[in-house]
Design a protein. Structure first.
Length: 168
């Protein structure tokens, strides 16, 4: 699935991201949220972090990997990020710890019709969801949907999945 994402032309990548982010911005859950957790994209993931500059009225929390866990820190702009674990940009030292979120936008490699997701296999998000209840929306391209992700006991399904076509 990573290869399919990386094979997107710049034109398709830009168009799909525009449509997905526009769909997210139209949701009441996003419009009403004041504190949103999201990820910093890499390897042609949906550009959730583009929402930061587009919504200065919201507070955004971004994860930083610490051992086997993720800790979220509030950031204001891209300037608050630096290269981190796994080559993904993370909050710099000095950013404030995030509190409870109204909404969390989640990356994924694949998803199924039951909102199960496959990530990168380390379980960071599943462990976080178990300890921190929050409304979750996975961001994905439509081609990332599969018939069955074969979820394991520790997997936590998302509340919704947003693609370029809308909610799944």
């Amino acid at each position: 699935m990573v290869h399919k994402r990386l094979a997107l032309s710049q034109e398709d990548y830009d168009r799909l991201n525009h449509d997905i982010l526009t769909n997210i911005e139209a949701l009441d859950a996003f419009q009403q949220a004041r504190h949103v957790a999201l990820y910093v994209s890499c390897r042609n993931e949906v550009r959730a972090d583009a929402l930061i500059a587009r919504h200065p009225d919201k507070t955004f929390g971004v994860p930083k990997v610490t051992g086997d866990d993720m800790v979220f820190y509030d950031i204001m702009t891209d300037d608050d990020l630096e290269p981190g674990c796994f080559g993904v940009r993370e909050p710099k030292e000095g950013c404030a710890l995030s509190g409870a979120f109204d909404l969390m936008l989640v990356p994924l490699l694949m998803f199924d019709k039951n909102h199960n997701r496959i990530g990168y296999g380390r379980g960071f998000y599943d462990r976080y969801f178990k300890d921190h209840p929050v409304r979750t929306i996975g961001l994905a391209y439509g081609f990332q949907e599969v018939a069955d992700t074969c979820p394991h006991e520790g997997d936590v399904p998302l509340d919704l999945i947003m693609t370029e076509e809308g909610l799944c």
